[in-house]
Design a protein around this ligand. Structure first.
Ligand code: LLP
Length: 421
């Protein structure tokens, strides 16, 4: 459930009409619902209520400071994957002891930043990374808490580009080598083992791959404890999918996921960490865009929008489906027709949907892409010198611009022409 519903024929974000926001900030723009973000975080906390746990929001999904502040103030931890994300989390007021640092390519500078600023744990993904972290920690006279990310060789049955838990994927260490790698970690005085980490992919719509991975994690916990390691935390990663297509069967709910976690891992008495990104932010955001032209092709009608692939790249990159709905609710039984929905960027890949059935639309009409709160704004670029689009947060009947649209001067002024040119 989200808070983008029609009321009196107008699509609302909570108690604000999206068309009013459009009139105030211009299109295109992203709009997020505070109540939906809050609700999604609560669903995970409720789902794991029976276990000691921390929800570490995977902020790569949406890292606007206002979003981080909202979730951080509700007690969420953060899963960060770069020095930039670490700085954002801290700037939003999240304490270091609620931040986990993931990713396969942390640099020594990033390690130093997190070790001096405070960190809950590093999820390390290789032995060279362990060696580097050990050196950095020793040089700072400190000890780095670590979990090792294991690759359980489980197929998440999701899109090729976002599956991460098969042995051919670049992530983690093979679970078959875990014993050796943990023994290696134990020999490094700058590291302190605190747990195990796993993340098998994103947009999973079935619990079975999670369960297969977590069963392997349970066995590994018992084994590593027997080998003398202090495994007190299990980081289960993120990945629970959301319903992009309303007509499709709904993915499992956080409560189903939580019950499974309890069943498979509860007896180990570990503190559970999870790193959901998409489920928290995805359906908490829409992208609003205006129809510029309706163009008659030879065989199809093109709906040309003022948003493009640089603003929302998921359809071009993953063939992802996003619901597209008009801001004015179509009358019951209103005529609809198939459109190819495209942006103005000069490549055919700039296509949001082909032959999508929509009610009749005209230039000036506004539409919203649903489920655009995760991996939308954060993956945007200025391709074709299109300014990054603004982000707006709604809470009840109030809204605020939480990232302004840059001016063209600001964009131009970031470049420098060398004196000698
Ligand atoms: N933890 C780790 C270590 C991750 O790599 C990810 C996502 C997450 C947690 C959060 O996964 P989530 O709960 O959001 O599924 N840009 C792609 C998704 C990339 C996901 C990358 N890693 C998309 O738009 O579908």
């Amino acid at each position: 459930m989200d808070h983008f519903l029609y009321r009196n024929g107008r699509l609302m974000a909570e108690d604000v009409a999206l068309s009013d926001i459009a009139a105030s900030v211009g299109t295109p723009f992203y709009c997020y619902s505070a109540a939906t973000l809050t609700r999604h975080l609560r669903l995970f906390n409720d789902a794991l209520a029976g276990m000691e746990h921390l929800v570490c929001y995977a902020m790569k999904a949406n890292s606007n400071l206002a979003v981080l502040k909202l979730l951080g103030d509700l007690g969420a931890g953060m899963d960060v994957v770069s020095g930039g994300e670490y700085r954002r989390a801290r700037a939003a007021g999240v304490p270091g002891d609620r931040i986990v640092f993931s990713g396969i390519g942390k640099t020594k500078d990033e390690m130093r930043l997190a070790l001096t600023g405070g960190i809950r744990q590093f999820n390390v993904e290789s032995e060279p990374e362990m060696e580097a972290l050990n050196q950095v920690a020793l040089s700072l006279n400190t000890v780095a808490p670590i979990s090792v990310r294991v690759n359980p060789d489980v197929d998440a049955k999701t899109h090729e580009k976002i599956a991460t838990g098969r042995k051919e994927d670049k992530f983690g260490i093979p679970i078959s080598r875990a014993s050796e790698v943990y023994a290696h970690a134990a020999r490094l005085p700058g590291l302190q083992v605190v747990g195990i980490d796993v993340h098998i992919g994103s947009q999973l719509t079935d619990l079975a791959p999670f369960e297969a991975a977590y069963r392997k994690l349970a066995d590994l916990t018992v084994q590593l404890r027997a080998e003398g390691h202090d495994i007190r935390r299990l980081d289960l990663g993120g990945g629970l999918g959301i319903p992009y297509e309303r007509s499709n069967a709904d993915p499992p709910l956080p409560s189903d996921y939580g019950a499974m976690v309890q069943r498979v891992l509860g007896h180990l008495e570990c503190e559970i960490e999870i790193e959901p990104g998409r489920l928290i932010a995805g359906n908490a955001g829409v992208l609003v865009s205006e129809v510029i032209y309706v163009k008659e092709g030879e065989e199809r009608q093109f709906l040309i929008l003022d948003a493009a692939m640089n603003d929302l790249i998921r359809p071009a990159m993953y063939g992802a489906y996003h619901d597209i709905v008009p801001l004015i609710e179509p009358a019951p039984g209103a005529e609809s027709r198939p459109y190819d929905v495209v942006g103005p960027v000069c490549e055919s890949g700039d296509t949001f949907a082909k032959q999508r059935m929509l009610s009749l639309l005209s230039p000036g009409d506004l539409v919203a892409f649903r489920s655009a709160g995760a991996y939308g704004a954060v993956m945007a670029s200025e391709y074709n010198s299109r300014p990054l689009i603004p982000e707006v947060l709604v809470s009840g009947d109030q809204f605020a611009v939480i990232r302004a649209r840059p001016t063209f001067d600001e964009m131009l002024n970031r470049d420098t022409i060398p004196e000698w040119l």
